[in-house]
Design a protein around this ligand. Sequence first.
Ligand code: 5GP
Length: 189
Amino acid sequence: MDELAQRILKDGRVLNENVLKVDSFLNHQVDVRLIDQIGQTFFEHFRNRGINKILTVEASGISVACSVARCFHVPMVFARKNQSLVLNNDLFTAEVFSFTKQQKLQIFVRKQFIEPCDRVLLVDDFLARGEALKGLADIVKQSGATLIGAGIVIEKVFQDGGKRAREFGLEVYSLVQIASLDKNQIQFC
Ligand code: 5GP
């Protein structure tokens, strides 16, 4: 995704050596044309794998996940976040350490939305320490569905989440990989 990399260089802002802001086109204001190209790229990579459900976590993964789901003609489900969740038998839940909020959150999905027969693709805007992916994978496991892989828009390779997820056996397909944000510079792999 050359265009995505160019856009990151043009409009991305390095907040510090750990955080990249892309809220002018990816996760606050959304460039729908670019998001649709991203969705199509994930579709081409994961097509013919029997995927029938796209799963992400609110809020910043939703626009990309919608676009991917549109290409596959399947539903998109987003895990919701809650700081303290009352035990509820209708929900799959997982604990996630939020990279942006730097605190533990519960994420949950209503059980009826992921079934054992489902073949699930995870989608998210960023991959940092891999906590969000781990929580989503945990929910898929609880449901008995099959986890096919993960499509990530921006992987920050220096934060190790991708390495850990791949070691764990998950197929992670990232559109751009960032090696470093040091000295206010975006260095792609
Ligand atoms: P992880 O769970 O892999 O540590 O972090 C991924 C989640 O944190 C993503 O859902 C994303 O919303 C958020 N995130 C991680 N790194 C960044 C970043 O550099 N910029 C922004 N805007 N969000 C990030």
